[in-house]
Ligand binder design. Structure first.
Ligand SMILES: [Zn+2]
Length: 186
């Protein structure tokens, strides 16, 4: 359901479900998103201030923000709300999760994903320091995330771009919580 590479933003609590319509309206006002895309549900063209709100690092080549005749990949925004509640999204790029307390690796990502699929609230323990937490409490180093609502910015490579402080603080104001983000790359 996710495209091959993207930057994905989500609320910190995996059960938090923002009012999608209100959020889309606010993000439109912020000029993060523009008109809806015909081809794909819940998808929008990047708005006029997109490149101030998503900061491309280094000497990035010109970023495509609209469909081209040659069908080149371009950045657009999609809102995702999984039907069956919280979703743990990982990709080939995902690191093994680390303990949020002592930073040691908790277990392999494959094991954590398998356990999470059996039971979403599974408690995972750190073999090193005894810290216990759910999948969303682990330190995935911006390479995976658990949420019930995601904002996907398509066609961004891992670490190629980061959400600006302005975007993160706007999301915090809109929803009352501190958002997080990760990169998906398969
Ligand atoms: Zn630990």
């Amino acid at each position: 359901m996710i495209k091959n590479k993207s930057l994905i933003l989500h609320p910190p609590d995996c059960h938090e479900l923002p009012d999608a319509k209100a959020l889309q309206h606010a993000l439109h006002q912020l000029r993060f998103i523009d008109a809806p895309l015909d081809k794909e549900a819940n998808s929008y063209l990047a708005g006029d201030d997109f490149l101030q709100l998503i900061i491309f690092l280094g000497c990035s080549p010109s970023v495509e923000l609209a469909p081209t005749e040659e069908d080149k990949p371009f950045c657009y925004i999609r809102f995702l709300q999984p039907e069956n509640g919280p979703l743990l999204i990982t990709s080939k790029h995902t690191n093994n999760p680390r303990c949020s307390s002592c930073r040691k690796e908790i277990s392999s990502k494959t094991d954590v994903v398998a356990q999470w699929q059996k039971e979403k609230d599974v408690q995972l323990s750190c073999p090193e320091c005894g810290f216990t937490g759910k999948a969303q409490d682990l330190n995935w180093r911006h390479s995976a995330g658990v949420a019930s609502f995601f904002i996907e910015v398509n066609n961004v490579f891992p670490n190629e771009a980061v959400p600006s402080d302005e975007l993160m603080s706007a999301l915090r104001k809109m929803t009352g919580s501190e958002w997080d983000y990760f990169y998906y790359h398969d």
